[in-house]
Design a protein around this ligand. Structure first.
Ligand code: NAD
Length: 472
């Protein structure tokens, strides 16, 4: 068995005769058999994932288009190629990452040897959201497999076509006894969280993050939380047409449903008129005069989110955009000005194509504004001034600091990706994913032929005391 569905209720689920508990137990048996530990097995899994992403690109893109209206190139760039690059990077570095490292032994304990070696944690659970339903499910899996773990994956029910595609495809490319997909929504998650895992990797909102953390506490399971928040962009100076394009691109990728999208802009009063003009131009430049006709702009995930977003449009003056069509889940890219910090759009992560632009006096006021709110996942500063960049780096609280770009930092596998405070705990990408799913286990070895430790045992006479103090 490799993919099961928990679509309606746990009653239906048990009627199907397959319990989540038995699925998790089967994966644990695979892990306990030792099958996932050899490097050969790990390599095969990573190669399998790479093949899946190459051979089934069309199937996955079709699913992404159905769920999110993602065009094939955006699907390729932001989901498939980024995930494939992660898998290739892990494959390339696997031998190096898994190697043990010698650690020097203090004189008093010699002769002996000490080393650290990364060990798999066991059976890991990955719970993913709907906005990047391929990448956010498979990128954590890559590190989990590279580290020698078995895994249970729970895709989001709100991206059902992608959930189905992944559940059907993974068993064809990966060891189906060690990697299992459990489909379903809250009830499936709840059943999974009642089971004991050795690590839980959760990507999603703050509310469910709390539920996951509470469930994990019962078993003292380590948890990685990849949450969201309101990531600010501060604009001081620079090439305004480039700045506007970078903000608009970062914001409108996946129709604004990106965890690190610039949520709102803080611009100095001096720079505001120029920025506003260029933002309006940039939207037209990237998505045409009528973005509804653009094949490159995604759609809102469902009517509930569309209604939520539509309700935020009254939070300021609509400088551009503001239209939409609930039936087709289209929402026009919208720039809002005259936005009060107390307005609804400034209360929670927007997660849609609405960009509020607020003015501040200077960088100091912008940093104070940001630090007075929950710690965001990312922060963006647009300026040519090295001194301003340094001040921002030193003072702003955020999961990451990025200068003169928005959102594209995710494509650097060498950078850890994660939040701080309310935006999450732990980080991944590249080697960091491997580390997240490994225990760096120390191993200390000493022979018995020569019992040098005798000197440390009582009774402690004057000579021993002096010797021990010198040696240790
Ligand atoms: P969500 O928290 O509603 O759902 C995430 C997952 O949790 C889904 O698989 C869902 O089925 C499951 N779930 C829902 N209710 C549950 C419950 N009561 N108990 C256990 N599991 C439950 O998030 P979402 O709406 O799918 O995604 C949007 C959020 O995710 C945004 O806040 C966004 O910022 C965040 N996000 C973060 C990152 C990141 O990498 N840090 C990436 C993408 C999205």
């Amino acid at each position: 068995m490799s993919a099961i569905g928990v679509e309606a209720s746990s009653a239906d689920f048990s009627e199907a005769g397959v319990s989540v508990a038995s699925v998790v137990a089967a994966v644990r048996r695979t892990y306990d058999s030792g099958r996932t530990r050899p490097l050969g097995w790990r390599r095969e899994q990573l190669q399998g994932l790479i093949r899946l992403l190459a051979e089934r690109e069309d199937d996955l893109n079709a699913a992404l288009a159905r769920d999110l209206g993602k065009n094939a190139l955006e699907g390729y760039l932001t989901e498939l190629s980024i995930t494939r690059a992660e898998a290739e990077y892990a494959l390339k570095h696997l031998a190096q990452w898994t190697r043990s490292t010698r650690v020097p032994v203090p004189l008093g304990l010699m002769p002996a040897s000490a080393k650290t070696e990364p060990q798999p944690l066991g059976v890991v659970l990955v719970i993913a959201p709907w906005n990047y339903p391929v990448q956010l499910l498979l990128a954590p899996l890559i590190g989990a497999l590279a580290a020698g773990n078995a895994a249970v994956l729970k895709p989001s029910e709100l991206a059902p076509a992608t959930s189905r595609a992944v559940a059907e495809l993974l068993p064809q490319y990966l060891d189906p006894d060690a990697v299992v997909v459990v489909e379903g929504g809250q009830e499936a998650s709840t059943e999974l969280l009642a089971e004991q895992f050795d690590s839980i990797f959760f990507t999603g909102g703050e509310r469910v993050g709390r539920v996951v953390l509470q469930a994990a506490a019962k078993f003292l399971t380590p948890v990685t939380l990849e949450l969201g928040g309101k990531s600010p962009a501060v604009v001081l100076d620079g090439n305004f047409s480039a700045i506007a394009r970078r903000l608009v691109y970062g914001k409108l990728l996946n129709a604004g449903q990106t965890c690190v999208a610039p949520d709102y802009v803080l611009v100095t009063e001096e720079a505001a008129p120029k920025l506003r003009k260029h933002l309006v131009r940039a939207v037209a430049e990237l998505f045409g005069k009528d973005p509804a006709k653009s094949a490159d702009l995604g759609r809102i995930i469902n009517a509930q989110h569309w209604d939520r977003l539509n309700g935020l449009l009254d939070s300021g003056t609509v400088l551009a955009g503001g239209r939409g069509d609930r039936n087709s889940l289209y929402l026009e890219p919208t720039i809002l000005t005259d936005v009060s910090p107390d307005s609804p759009v400034m209360q929670e992560e927007i997660f849609g194509p609405i960009l509020p632009v607020l003015t501040v006096k200077d960088l100091d006021e912008a940093i104070t504004f940001i630090n007075a709110r929950p710690v965001p996942l990312a922060s963006y500063l647009y300026t040519q001034s090295a001194a301003a960049r340094k001040t921002f780096e030193r003072r702003v609280r955020a999961g990451s600091v990025n200068h003169n770009i928005s959102t594209v930092q995710l494509a650097v596998p060498g950078l850890p990706f994660g939040g701080a405070g309310a935006s999450g705990t732990g980080a991944y990408h590249g080697k960091y994913t491997f580390d997240t799913f490994s225990q760096l286990r120390p191993v200390f070895t000493k022979g018995t032929a020569l019992d040098t430790l005798k000197v440390a045992y009582p009774p402690y006479n004057g000579l021993k005391r002096r010797l021990l103090r010198r040696l240790l």
